[in-house]
Write a protein that binds this ligand. Structure first.
Ligand SMILES: *Cc1c(COP(=O)(O)O)cnc(C)c1O
Length: 384
């Protein structure tokens, strides 16, 4: 950022980092450089450093610089999906014979990547409850290269103490990788607590409008960032320019959206906590949540995701999902519109029979930014 030298707050960075006005036209918004290749001034004479859009593309560069600024890291990288980002990171930092500790509550696709894909390449994993640091210590092995965590976790909204986990990972010579999709960097910046790598499905809060699939990595260390960037180009699962532009556009309003997602979710959690047909509410913003104090320490607010267990059991939980109207029945999360789903039969079906299996009476909602009274009324009628 050459034009602005003053220290900058999160919302300013979200709107400006990596996004100076276009030098040729003055366009205030970074254009969609829908282009694959770039004219060279003589062999090897690159004008703007761009050569071929798998290696780098100006719209993607703007997003990558913005991501690094928002997470406080040395290098940001944008991918075609969250799982493409995860795969690229894992195949950079792990090799056959290495071991990784993964959480017992995680995105179903992340678990499937470890269980069904990486094991075939000779990578070993152990499952630990990252909320109980002793179980993480017990899972470490001499060949442990990384510890993976989600906080808040998907779909049980568990909270892990990031600073404490970083200390344990580093003490074992392992990297700490944090999937920050649920919180977004507006609510939580894992690198400030010692994380080495931050993972995002930008499909969710970063994009924020349910209109793009994307992923991101932010690396705390420039050398590791360079190594992952090398693999990004070598493996090729990059974000296309239009997708990068959509995510960049979403990020501009991340702060105001997260504030509203969080305040709406707090009210949803309160309603559910007082409802006779709900046996348990999982939301870190509730004072009774076991991770409430840690969440209050490491997050700016408690986010827009709420899970709850329905007293009537699995069939009753499925009925609640089916009866909801304003809450759209669907997978994914983090968009401006509210969504409801049954994790056991939808997002986490691939974890059935594993240590990551979720309870059948569980319902997960992604609380959107619609009028709160309408959201509460819909949940009341859906619970019956
Ligand atoms: C959706 C999601 C992913 C996977 O991202 P895709 O963009 O769907 O590939 C990873 N982690 C979490 C927490 C997610 O919610």
């Amino acid at each position: 950022m050459t034009e602005h030298q003053l220290p900058q707050g999160f919302e300013t960075l979200a709107i400006h980092a990596g996004q100076e006005a276009d030098p040729q036209t003055g366009a205030v918004v970074t254009p969609i450089y829908q282009v694959s290749t770039y004219k060279q001034d003589g062999v090897g004479g690159l004008r703007g450093g761009y050569e071929y859009s798998r290696s780098a593309n100006p719209t993607r560069t703007a997003l990558e610089e913005c991501l690094a600024a928002l997470e406080g890291g040395a290098r940001g990288l944008a991918f075609a999906s969250g799982l493409a980002a995860e795969d690229t990171l894992l195949r950079t930092i792990l090799k056959p014979g290495d071991h990784i500790v993964i959480p017992n509550d995680a995105y179903g696709g992340t678990f499937r990547l470890f269980a069904k894909v990486l094991t075939r390449w000779g990578v070993e994993f152990s499952v630990a409850n990252t909320q109980d640091l002793e179980t993480v210590r017990a899972a470490l092995r001499p060949n442990t290269r990384a510890v993976w965590v989600e906080t808040p976790s998907n779909p049980l909204l568990g909270i892990t103490d990031l600073a404490a986990l970083a200390e344990i990972a580093h003490g074992a010579g392992a990297l700490l990788v944090v999937d920050n999709t649920f919180a977004s960097p507006y609510l939580q910046q894992p690198i400030s607590f010692g994380a080495d790598a931050v993972v995002h499905s930008t499909t969710k809060y970063m994009g924020g409008h349910s209109d793009v699939v994307g992923g991101a990595l932010v690396l705390a260390d420039a050398a590791l960032g360079e190594e992952v960037a090398y693999h990004q180009n070598a493996m090729g699962a990059v974000s296309g320019p239009f997708d990068a532009w959509l995510v960049l556009r979403g990020i501009k309003t991340l702060g105001v959206r997260m504030d509203r997602h969080s305040s709406n979710a707090e009210k949803v959690a309160e309603l559910l906590a007082g409802h006779p047909k709900v046996s348990q509410v999982l939301y870190p913003g509730l004072p009774g949540h076991p991770g409430h104090d840690i969440a209050a320490k490491q997050m700016k607010a408690f986010g827009g995701m709420v899970s709850f267990r329905v007293a009537g059991g699995e069939e009753a939980a499925v009925e609640v999902c089916n009866r909801a109207q304003l809450f759209t029945l669907g997978e994914s999360l983090g968009g401006v519109e509210s969504l409801i789903e049954h994790p056991g039969r939808m997002t986490h079906a691939s974890a059935a029979g594993s240590p990551l299996e979720v309870p059948g009476d569980l319902v997960r909602v992604s609380v959107g930014i619609e009028s709160i009274d309408d959201l509460l009324a819909d949940l009341k009628q859906a619970l019956g």
